[in-house]
Design a binder for this molecule. Structure first.
Ligand SMILES: Cc1ncc(COP(=O)(O)O)c(C=O)c1O
Length: 366
């Protein structure tokens, strides 16, 4: 395999270099069996896709999307990007880390979410990586702040490039269309048996939408279980299908020879019942799932996305049809600690004042 080409570029040569992309991922991410966890859960063949190692300075699911999103920002000659999320947003952190590698400044507009030590650390990392941080306690307040920031930037000569929450635009979603082709290549190379089930968390939805679209286009038969981890505008199967189709539309613009594939709501298996009290609030099953993964496989999950997804997979494994099934857990949480490249983290007093409250209020138990 040619390491600097994406799997979709190998499959559709017309896509080489188009849409524009900033290459900072380390692909393909590896796959390997989770033997001890599989034995514990009674799953005959349990595998993991290590997207936690997707890039050298910060892994997880975001760098795949950001390669395209920042490629577009650069192609438009932008000097800054602006995006949104909760105060512990991995997407905001990943954007800041990836953008700085190509000389773009990041502005983050952040809303409250349940406070954990992990959330606090994300804020310190955002700041250390150079993000300009803004906070509001309501969506309306954040919108006003966003408009003010945009006005200021316009007066300075240019609007920032705006990236939607989670990087889940049709363009960002391409990162996961590609990921499905990458998996198909790994199956074809017998690096793993073709999975019958894939488990992945669903936040803003670009990851699952891209996987479903890519899997259908690549001819993978796996059913993709998207475990809903948010109660804030949770994406429906219809909305996910719309996003998947728009993302395929972007590809088709550059590669008209691509076969026409239509994604429908029924292509999605959206699994609900794992959010608990709300987005970002740890649940007991998620804590148990996280601890089991750490103890048996030495892989670190967090309780907002990946551990809730694993908790759903654990429950599903109790059904007899999973005993003989080939199941793939897609690990979307970075195992690369960005602090290694950033040096010592600042004291929280260095952050803008509205964020100080998050370092004095009590945190949720881990
Ligand atoms: C670790 C992790 N997994 C999964 C997701 C959800 O991905 P998506 O927003 O594409 O649904 C996120 C989003 O922030 C994340 O940080």
């Amino acid at each position: 395999m040619s390491a600097d080409l994406l799997a979709i570029e190998r499959r559709f040569p017309a896509l080489r270099g188009r849409p524009p992309r900033v290459p900072f991922t380390n692909l393909p991410t590896r796959v390997h069996p989770l033997q001890r966890l599989g034995r514990e859960l009674g799953i005959a063949q349990l595998w993991v896709k290590r997207d936690d190692e997707s890039a050298a300075f910060y892994g997880g699911n975001k760098p795949r999307k950001l390669e395209f999103l920042l490629g577009e920002a650069r192609a438009e000659g932008k000097r800054s990007v602006l995006t949104f999320g909760g105060i512990g947003t991995h997407h905001g952190l990943a954007t800041t880390l990836c953008a700085r590698t190509v000389g773009l400044r990041t502005i983050l507009l952040l809303l409250k979410q349940p406070l954990t030590e992990h959330v606090r650390r994300c804020l310190l990392l955002d700041y250390a990586a150079g993000a300009e941080l803004h906070y509001a306690s309501t969506v309306a307040g954040l919108t006003v702040r966003g408009l003010r920031v945009c006005g200021r930037e316009l007066l300075r000569g240019q609007l920032p490039h705006i990236i939607p929450t989670g990087g889940s635009s049709p363009l960002g979603t391409l990162g996961y269309v590609n990921a499905a082709f990458e998996l198909q290549e790994q199956v074809a190379a017998a690096e793993l048996p073709e999975p019958e089930w894939i488990f992945v968390p669903v936040g803003s939805g670009g990851t699952v939408a891209g996987l479903v679209a890519g899997a259908k286009l690549a001819g993978l038969r796996a059913r993709i279980a998207g475990v809903l981890v948010t109660d804030l505008f949770p994406p429906t199967a219809e909305r996910l299908a719309g996003l998947a189709n728009k993302s395929l539309g972007v590809l088709r613009r550059y590669a008209p020879e691509m076969e026409t594939v239509r994604i429908v709501a029924d292509d999605f298996r959206v699994v609900s019942g794992y959010v608990g009290a709300g987005y970002g609030t740890p649940t007991a099953p998620a804590r148990r799932a996280r601890d089991l993964m750490a103890e048996l496989e030495g892989i670190t999950l967090e309780t907002t996305y990946t551990a809730k997804c694993l908790a759903a997979m654990i429950d599903a494994a109790a059904a007899p049809e999973y005993r003989q099934a080939r199941v793939l857990f897609w690990n979307t949480f970075s195992s690369v600690d960005p602090a290694v490249h950033l040096g010592p983290l600042p004291d929280y007093h260095a952050l803008p004042r509205p964020f100080h409250q998050f370092f004095t209020a009590p945190v949720e138990p881990v």
